[in-house]
Ligand binder design. Sequence first.
Ligand code: ADP
Length: 244
Amino acid sequence: LRRQLVALQRVSSLGVLAGGICHELNNALTPILNYAKLGLRNPDPAFRQRAFEKILEAGQRASAISGGVLGVARPRADRREPTDLIRLTKEVTLLVGKDLSRHRVHLDFQAVGRPHARVNPAQIQQVLLNLMINARQAMPEGGTLRVRVGEDASGRIAELSVADTGVGIAPADLRRIFEPFFTTKTGPDASGQGGTGLGLSVCRDIVESHHGRLRAESRLGQGTSFTLRLPVCPAPASAKQGVA
Ligand code: ADP
């Protein structure tokens, strides 16, 4: 059942972002088509080499959007691997970028250090995606989405936070937001979406299965901040830079 809920929630976030995802995929497809055409016409090996590199780069972007980011290609895989949390978070912001700008939400992204954690990347991206979509929905008049990635003072815990300047959550509701099916999004809102009330319960489930914690703080009328904490792991040797 847990797996089904996770899958259901994934499809629901995809629905919210459908337009943005198409846009990003199109952005990646355009250079693929153009460089393929140019490369076919131009016999110069150096030019073709460059064209292939561009095609590969854009293809990887498209693959990150469709398969990597949301785990659509491998929804059942539960492989945990040392993951660069900054890179993982950036990929999600790429996906929501279009949706944010359409709703006049400014993205403020800040990353400190190079925190890594042993996670299933698609699942943690799903958590971040849900938090960012909720944040955007809480700012119907626009605002700022603040995303932070770093480590706590001990250096043993990675901290990822998603904060908005939106409507906020009343204290009585704040106690219940992680309950399955708890939602205040009753009718279709301005962007045509009602709520399932599953998002945050699935998020917390995923985070706790990674031995992490997910907490919320909010002030009515001022905004809400979610903080995800995960035990860090060493960066894989191949990804280390500047180490003798
Ligand atoms: P849904 O989004 O389908 O309602 P969630 O479990 O994701 O389900 O969220 C539950 C409830 O928590 C929402 O209906 C909303 O009332 C509240 N909520 C979640 N995130 C925010 C946020 N960033 N700002 C204000 N309220 C929020």
